[in-house]
Design a protein around this ligand. Structure first.
Ligand code: PEP
Ligand code: MN
Length: 272
């Protein structure tokens, strides 16, 4: 960490708080939720209603999808962004969505309240420099095989280029374990909290890839000190065009939110 100037905790000497809509990232536990991909207006609005009714403070939805298979659904692009922006306005929630191409950054600041850099693009330095030229908050996902130091160095690229509004997102790393999609590295979350002033978000959905395990990992993320989570929810997971095995139903999400709120309240009164 000695080689970094802006990301380490010593630099700011306080916790960075990034305010988007009603969410104060870094100051309270924030839940972001929505479908992996925006598929249609109906799907986005139906899912958004479910997650907003249960207390999600930020809406997610992918319009540009980085798919492993080039023949898989690639997202609706700007049409998807229009739908997402409309849903955000309708439900009065800020939106987070992935930007994959530096050429889209300027245009996408008209749509997104938070720009997501995907795990596969963590070390796309042209993209990092480009999102550093705007002031829209950026959520930087940890690369599939990145160390904590590499992850923070990439955050430093954005900070150094002039954008102070950076969030970090742990989304699981690749290990020898194949029973789950990835391995959620909660050690990195607890560690990152001590070494950087930037808010840390956990993405249990991509970390584990299995619907049934999202709730326990979300509870664990809260207990480990994460500043929030980003979770995939779909109004009808069986027909989701992307990541259907990990999509929560509206009911799953509602139950998880009740339990998270309970744990969050209990944590407020933990002894020193
Ligand atoms: C996503 O959030 O939709 C996504 C593609 O995540 P990741 O970059 O973490 O794989
Ligand atoms: Mn996904």
């Amino acid at each position: 960490m000695g080689h970094l100037k802006l990301a380490p905790r010593q630099y700011a000497n306080h916790q960075t708080v990034i305010t988007v809509g009603n969410a104060r990232l870094g100051a309270e536990f924030v839940v972001m939720a929505g479908p992996c991909a925006v598929e249609s207006r109906e799907q986005m609005f139906e899912t958004a209603k479910m997650v907003c009714d249960s207390g999600a403070k930020v809406l997610r939805g992918g319009a540009f999808k980085p798919r492993t298979n080039p023949y898989s659904f690639q997202g609706l692009g700007y049409e998807g962004l229009e739908i997402l922006r409309e849903a955000g306005k309708h439900f009065e929630r800020p939106i987070v969505t992935e930007v994959m191409d530096p050429r889209d950054v300027g245009k996408m600041t008209d749509y997104a309240d938070i720009l997501q850099i995907g795990a596969r693009n963590m070390q796309n330095y042209s993209l990092l420099k480009e999102v550093g030229t705007v002031t829209t908050p950026v959520m930087l996902k940890r690369g599939l095989c990145a160390t904590v130091d590499e992850w923070l160095s990439c955050a430093e690229y954005i900070l150094a280029a002039g954008n102070p509004n950076v969030l970090l997102c742990e989304r699981g790393i690749r290990t020898y374990e194949t029973a789950t999609r990835n391995t959620l590295d909660l050690s990195a979350v607890a560690l990152a909290k001590t070494i950087t002033h930037l808010p840390i978000i956990v993405d249990p959905s991509h970390a584990v890839g299995v619907r049934e395990l999202i709730e326990p990992l979300s509870m664990a993320a809260l207990a480990a000190g994460a500043d929030g989570i980003i979770v995939e929810v779909h109004c009808n997971p069986a027909v989701a065009l992307c990541d259907r095995e990990q999509a929560l139903t509206g009911d799953d999400f509602a139950r998880m939110m009740r339990r998270l709120n309970h744990l969050n309240n209990a944590m407020q009164s933990l002894p020193e």
